[in-house]
Design a binder for this molecule. Structure first.
Ligand code: TAP
Length: 453
């Protein structure tokens, strides 16, 4: 039995210890999940919807507790963690309407009646990263359960606490036992077992591109369905005709939110050369104004990084002599702190420009014209997110169609809204989560022909 000590990244103090599941325990949980599936899929649609609404209400009633737990475990500012708990409630509520609306089609054919059914898949394995433990769990959980699947989730080793509590809340809300289980443990043990076990019919993985590649290869052995949400190196493109004040004031939040540990972070700011000096003048006070500190304190906007190892990784992108234009602040003393950092000018071959840093470091690069901006934005293997700032609606549409990425916002930095599809182009992933079509990712279409002759 392996014990894991969960550390508060803002204090470096232990929070609690968690017992890791072994490969054998994971297999046993998957088999319990497969048995629970037989009855869960048969629950009447209205009752399944009611249970999901009860689950959402239970999460809502414990939102403050969940937020405080996330702040301790992940170092997220309390305001952000409250939003994250609210997102779990909202995703469950949104998909609670689905069971009663999962209609098939009636297709005109000769000689009979042809209908389709959206059948659940069976046991779904969710492999969740440490950066947004609650929302990312809910994006798979809500539609998977609504469609009639059962779920075994593996939270990241470093951030298991809110997922474990949410599983308890599911039982308190009346979800039958083993419909939703959370197994804390290592990716190489619990995650690998989810990928390898034949009773798991689908994997939803969010994390690094490298591990995503291994998961996809593992799923191929069973033709297991897979959704991958991987990394990003998204561009925030600011044209000379934009509201430059607003673009500069909001740019730091588009990359330093969650201390930059966000796959949608707009970590490459591309600015039209004619306005770059003015933009930098406006960006500096915006970056220095970010309130970095105790995540439990009211008004804190940015907390620490998740671990010492991750801070070292982030710092490696800012070596001696790096072109630091300016920096925000960070507390001294215990905690894995790293100040918001702006690098400019950065060569486009520099690894700070090409690699996902997953920390509060952003590069600023000038571009000449619209074609140059699109070419720079697309010069990456990733394609997850991005923003376009312009006052010209035609340009906004042309650039939005030209940038190879799954989620774009114009004159804002919105990315993940549970009403709309979310996912990546290129190496940022495969498949889509959220939005009205997410049920398709948790069902297979069955076609039935009934002869009338
Ligand atoms: P990963 O190693 O990819 O971990 C993500 C999840 O996969 C964790 O739950 C992890 O478990 C699990 N996992 C690891 N190896 C596995 C395996 N062989 N089979 C099945 N599951 C496995 O990411 P990370 O180490 O947390 O972060 C590394 C980098 O990935 C970051 O710096 C960032 O660039 C990127 N990242 C991207 C995202 C998003 S949202 N796209 C999220 C997090 C990280 P453990 O708990 O044991 O690690």
């Amino acid at each position: 039995m392996t014990q894991y000590t969960v550390i508060n990244p803002a204090t470096e103090q232990p929070v609690t210890t968690v017992t890791h599941a072994s490969a054998e325990e994971t297999a046993a949980a998957i088999e319990r999940s497969a048995r629970a599936y037989e009855s869960w899929r048969a629950v009447a649609p209205g009752d399944r919807g009611r249970l999901l609404r009860a689950f959402a209400a239970e999460v809502d009633a414990h939102a403050d507790e969940l937020a405080a737990l996330e702040t301790q475990n992940s170092g997220h500012p309390l305001g952000a963690a409250s939003w994250e708990a609210g997102q779990v409630r909202d995703v469950l509520t949104y998909y609670s309407a689905a069971p009663e609306r999962m209609t098939g089609r009636q297709i005109p054919v000769p000689g009979g009646l042809d209908v389709t059914f959206a059948e659940p898949l069976g046991v779904v394995g969710l492999i969740v990263p440490w950066n947004f433990p609650m929302p990312i769990l809910s994006w798979g959980l809500g539609p998977a359960l609504a469609a009639g699947n059962t779920v075994v989730a593996k939270p990241a080793e470093m951030t298991p606490l809110t997922a474990m509590r949410i599983a308890e809340l599911a039982l308190d809300a009346g979800l039958p036992e083993y419909v939703f289980q959370v197994l804390p443990g290592k990716g190489s043990v619990v995650g690998q077992q989810l990928v390898d076990h034949p009773a798991v019919r689908k994997i939803v993985f969010t994390g690094s591109t490298e591990v995503g590649q291994q998961i996809m290869a593992g799923c191929a052995r069973h033709i297991k369905r897979v959704t991958l949400e991987l990394g990003g190196k998204s561009a925030n493109i600011v044209f000379a005709d934009a509201d430059i004040e607003k673009a500069a004031a909001t740019a730091p939040y588009a990359v330093f939110d969650n201390a930059g540990q966000d796959c949608c972070a707009r970590s490459r700011i591309l600015v039209q050369a004619s306005i770059i000096d003015r933009f930098m003048e406006l960006l500096e006070p915006a970056v220095q104004g970010i309130r970095v500190g105790d995540p439990a304190a009211a008004g804190t906007e940015m907390g620490p990084l998740i671990s010492a190892a991750h801070r070292e990784h982030v710092a490696s992108y800012v070596p001696e002599g790096a072109p630091v234009a300016f920096r925000g602040s960070a507390p001294d003393g215990p905690g894995f702190w790293y100040p918001p950092t702006v690098l400019a000018p950065v060569r486009t071959a520099d690894r700070a420009y090409t690699e996902e840093i997953f920390g509060p470091v952003v590069t600023v690069t000038p571009f000449a014209d619209e074609a140059d901006a699109v070419a720079l934005a697309n010069d990456t293997p990733y394609g997850l997110s991005g923003s376009i700032w312009t006052g010209n609606v035609g340009r906004a549409i042309r650039v939005a169609r030209g940038v190879e990425t799954g989620n774009l916002s114009v004159n804002s930095h919105s990315s993940v809204r549970y009403w709309t599809p979310f996912g990546g182009f290129k190496q940022s992933g495969l498949g889509r989560e959220l939005g009205p079509d997410a049920l398709d990712a948790f069902t297979d279409t069955k076609n039935v022909f009934i002869a009338t002759d």
